[in-house]
Design a protein around this ligand. Structure first.
Ligand SMILES: [Zn+2]
Length: 234
């Protein structure tokens, strides 16, 4: 059930049997020349909606822009919400949900730069939220996906595969890049991003994904989120 398509009466009725809300969060960020800017957002939204369908839980509107203040910031089309603004936005967002009666919050996160702001927002509200629980799942970090995903990088095989499965019409296969660089362990500022890290916009991986791998990753991630949700509600 997508909140965007529900009425206030629907929410009122839903809260009588469940206090859970699923919150997808992504980014608008370069994903090489072959994948759309919304790859993280489209993936998180699709996962959240599928988990919501299978569990009959409400899915809040996707948080479509995230924090991209590091490596990808300079590439055309990348939008970035600074960490502080994102934390404040998230605090307002979940406070609104809490005021209406939601007490179980499952974040379906599709973007690495959102992990710390989500955590900070939860830390900011948790002392004042009563009887509430929060869970944050960043799908590519799930233990269950370790083998399948195999540490695939930004705009690499894993994301290519998922987009071939979810939105094949948005993947420009003819623009796949062979560039293969490994991200260094040190943190970088924007002036280094294009020259030092990546020219193609890919980090850590090749783009040899397949629709079948995307389907398997998507299914495993759905099941991992359902387990998180069950734990959250137990
Ligand atoms: Zn991504």
């Amino acid at each position: 059930m997508e909140m965007l398509k529900m009425t206030m009466k629907d929410i009122e009725d839903y809260l009588k049997f469940s206090k859970t809300v699923i919150i997808p969060a992504g980014s608008i960020e370069e994903h090489s020349q072959a994948l759309p800017l919304g790859t993280d957002t489209l993936t998180a939204e699709a996962l959240a909606i599928e988990v919501g369908k299978r569990t009959t839980r409400v899915v809040a509107p996707v948080i479509s822009s995230g924090n991209c203040n590091s490596v990808t910031f300079d590439f055309p089309g990348t939008l970035s919400i600074s960490p502080t603004n994102l934390i404040n936005f998230l605090v307002d967002y979940i406070t609104s949900l809490y005021r209406h009666g939601f007490q179980r919050f499952l974040f379906v996160n599709g973007h690495g730069g959102n992990i710390a702001p989500i955590r900070c927002a939860i830390d900011a509200v948790s002392p004042t939220f009563r009887s509430s629980r929060f869970s944050v799942g960043s799908w590519w970090l799930f233990e269950e996906l370790k083998e399948l995903y195999d540490n695939a990088g930004h705009a690499g095989r894993g994301e290519v595969s998922i987009m071939l499965y979810l939105y094949p019409e948005l993947v420009k296969k003819e623009l796949f890049s062979e560039e293969h660089r490994t991200i260094p362990h040190y943190y970088v500022s924007n002036d280094l991003s294009k020259t030092e890290i990546t020219k193609s916009g890919i980090i850590n991986d090749s783009q040899n994904g397949t629709r079948d791998l995307g389907k398997r990753i998507f299914e495993e991630a759905c099941q991992a989120y359902i387990r998180l949700l069950q734990e959250l509600e137990s």
